[in-house]
Ligand binder design. Structure first.
Ligand code: TRP
Ligand code: SF4
Length: 404
């Protein structure tokens, strides 16, 4: 089989908070760009999530949505392999969120660490709202709606994937019971055809007896790729792999990426709220100016004072951008005061300016052609909706609500 691993889904989202910076690029986007060639990827602009903390001023939301779409495309997300869409254009997110809210205990949401943390950090806003409390559940709905297997997120979002697993488990427990499940599963297995039925059974056995997760993934792919199965039979076959009931909503796993530290200009983590960023579309002069004045090891007061790269944020950038050779030059030159900080920054400035100007150039092409961007996103929304509807059909059926 060539191309992406068939039907193994990845989903992730990003809040539209304005122009992206190098921290977003190295921390998330670059990883997505790799994943898109390995999995069936769904990436969305989480405009409803932006409302959970930013409801009081929505005047720039639309601008931020389109600028995020352009940043994504310019950075290298490829709409012919990944599905790129806007959350609020797929109203099924809201429907699933509502249905899941019925079975979610309040305590689960109140215990999510970001609930109290963010309320403290954003003390100037009133976050005592229903929407803010429910934000991790909205995220669960985002993930479960696509029955995603993996969710690439940073450390700070792992708790949200964890609650998603709990919600899925609870949903499957409440709505996945069925009279004569075993008999129905047997029939569904037979309908795979004898070769695939035997393969399904042996993969299930391998997973259940030896815990081989690869076997689980292969068995899922086998089920997914059978276009003749009914939705109900597919869910029975999924559920039987892991337990003894229907898994309408499979439990996702967080895909923790080794996110490199991207320092901001002041040495703290690069973040919009610290005002220490280099934008993905920043012009060269401004990048040069910013990097030249970027914080270095404070021990190097004079040019003749030796320094320690481990105490210098510029060194963290070298780790991201520089070759082995350049890094060795920095190490010895800094520690012996053989090079000055400006000298040390020069190869970095060159690399970053080249990277950002390539992205800016592509971004400009999209900016000049807004209809192209709208078309790409509209197509992504359609594709996402088709997948979302599929899941909601199964959810409604499981809840005995598929009347028309
Ligand atoms: N909550 C995430 C953030 O603030 C964004 C997000 C929304 C997301 N829905 C998601 C990420 C679903 C992964 C999966 O960064
Ligand atoms: Fe930092 Fe380079 Fe200056 Fe050393 S020489 S303090 S690594 S900028």
């Amino acid at each position: 089989m060539s191309g992406p691993v068939q039907n193994r889904r990845v989903l992730s989202g990003m809040r539209p908070t304005g122009e992206l910076h190098l921290g977003n690029y190295h921390g998330a986007l670059k990883n997505w760009i790799e994943l898109q060639y390995q999995f069936e990827c769904y990436f969305f602009i989480a405009d409803w999530h932006a409302l959970t903390t930013g409801y009081a001023d929505t005047s720039r939301l639309e601008e931020h949505v389109w600028s995020m779409a352009i940043d994504w495309l310019a950075a290298g997300l490829n709409p012919s392999v990944a599905t790129l869409f806007i959350q609020s254009k797929v109203p099924e997110h809201a429907e699933l969120h509502l249905l899941l809210s019925m079975i979610t205990p309040l305590g689960w949401l109140e215990r999510v660490p970001s609930y109290k943390d963010q309320q403290e950090q954003l003390a100037d806003r009133d976050l005592g709202t229903y929407g803010f409390l429910g934000y991790p559940l909205l995220q669960s709905a985002d993930i479960l709606l696509y029955r995603a297997e993996f969710v690439p997120v940073g450390e700070d979002q792992v708790a949200h994937v964890e609650i998603t697993r709990e919600v899925a488990r609870r949903f499957n427990h409440i709505y996945g019971r069925e009279a004569e499940f075993e008999q129905k599963v047997e029939k569904a297995i037979k309908s795979l055809g004898s070769r695939n039925a035997a393969l399904y059974r042996s993969l299930r056995k391998e997973f259940q007896e030896k815990g081989v997760t690869e076997a689980l993934a292969k068995a899922r792919a086998l089920v997914e790729s059978n276009a003749r199965l009914t939705v109900a039979d597919r869910d029975r076959l999924f559920g039987f792999l892991e337990g003894t009931g229907i898994a309408i909503l499979p439990e996702p796993d967080a895909l923790l990426t080794a996110t490199p530290k991207v320092p901001g200009l002041d040495g703290r983590k690069m973040s919009k709220s610290y005002g220490n960023t280099i934008g993905l579309r920043e012009d060269a002069d401004s990048i040069v100016r910013k990097l030249k004045t970027m914080q270095t090891d404070p021990a190097r007061v004079r040019r003749s004072d030796p320094g320690d790269p481990d105490k210098c944020p510029v060194w963290d950038l070298h780790k991201l951008y520089s070759s082995e050779e350049t890094r060795a030059w920095v190490q010895s030159g800094c520690r012996s005061a053989a090079i000055g900080c400006l000298e040390c920054k020069a190869p970095l400035i060159e690399k970053i300016v080249a990277e950002v100007s390539a992205i800016s150039k592509r971004a400009a092409e999209f900016e000049e052609n807004p209809e192209l961007v709208r078309g790409i996103i509209a197509e992504g929304c359609e594709r996402a909706r088709a997948a979302a509807r599929d899941t909601l059909d199964a959810v409604r059926q499981a809840m005995a609500m598929n009347y028309r």
